[in-house]
Design a protein around this ligand. Structure first.
Ligand SMILES: [Zn+2]
Length: 302
């Protein structure tokens, strides 16, 4: 297979996720001793949002990479998505750095599980045992995210507050990146260990909203026993929310599915308290749905 010579490294796609933003802004220092078989091109994905330390200016940039490209982008993020597509779509691989307020730990999100991305992600997971692999946007109607432009993935790590640079999260992000770069190097040198299968979590849905009143105001919060249960299979009757009146809301959905993005601050406005994923074992050649739709051709959604 073709070598990966040009690697794009995005950060600050969400302007209040400082870890990735400061990694790409300081890439010339952070990576100065590393010798690789490929070039690294760091870029700040949403400088306007980073400037005001907000997730976005007009709309979520990371939902702007769909096929229905308006000929004349109107929002700050649609313009930026067009620039990013034009500038980086001919590169070989992309890593997009994110953080979450959810207690998810260290994860890679593959929104385009092609064989090269899977092979590299499997190898990274072999070396970082606590890493979780998430497959996103295959079974659900999520708009395409930035890392779906090219082979590659999103790095998502938490918990860390929005607008905060946490030393442990920053160091873990660098350590994960170093492992990813090593694996890309091994791939380019035909030395990547062949790993036949790995545990992955495939986005399944549905999304669950917080309990709310008719005006949309919260009537409860995440149950304390649920807060740390990302990736743990759910059973009927498991507590999800505590209402302000002290009563509980419990799970009544399909058993065995696992919650993800529990209490992500940015999702309150989206009406998402958590979503559900399904644990599966994937082989290197699994690629259900990959490139069967025209969703991944890199236009801009409206
Ligand atoms: Zn993000």
């Amino acid at each position: 297979m073709a070598k990966l010579r040009a690697v794009a490294l995005a950060g600050g796609t969400h302007g209040n996720e400082l870890t990735g933003a400061y990694v790409v802004k300081n890439a010339q220092w952070l990576f100065r001793h590393w010798q690789h078989s490929f070039s690294i091109t760091p870029f700040l994905a949403n400088p306007a949002a980073f400037q005001i330390v907000r997730r976005y200016v007009d709309q979520d940039l990371n939902r702007c990479f769909g096929p229905a490209a308006p000929q004349a982008p109107t929002t700050v993020e649609q313009h930026r998505a067009r620039e990013i597509i034009d500038q980086y779509r001919t590169m070989d691989f992309i890593i997009d750095l994110h953080t979450t307020t959810s207690y998810m730990g260290n994860t890679l999100i593959l929104s385009r599980p092609d064989p090269v991305s899977l092979q590299i992600a499997f190898a990274v997971k072999q070396r970082l045992k606590d890493l979780k692999l998430i497959i996103w946007g295959i079974n659900t109607a999520e708009p395409p995210i930035l890392s779906s432009l090219l082979p590659g993935f999103t790095h998502e790590i938490g918990p860390v507050a929005q607008g905060l640079l946490d030393p442990d999260i920053f160091q873990q992000t660098l350590a994960t990146l170093e492992t990813v770069f090593d694996c890309i190097d091994q791939y380019n040198n035909d030395q990547l260990p062949a790993i036949d299968s790995e545990q992955v979590y495939v986005h399944h849905g549905p999304d669950y909203d917080f309990p709310r009143d008719e005006e949309g105001s919260l009537t409860g919060y995440i149950h304390r026993d649920f807060l740390h249960r990302n990736f743990e299979p759910l059973k009927k009757g498991d507590p999800l929310f505590t209402r302000f009146d002290g009563t509980e809301i419990t799970y009544d959905g399909e058993e065995g599915l696992c919650p993800l993005f529990i209490n992500e601050a940015a999702y309150y406005e989206k009406g998402i308290a958590f979503t559900l994923v399904k644990e599966q074992r994937w082989t290197r050649t699994d690629q259900p749905g990959f490139l069967t739709s025209d969703r991944r051709e890199g236009g801009i959604s409206g």
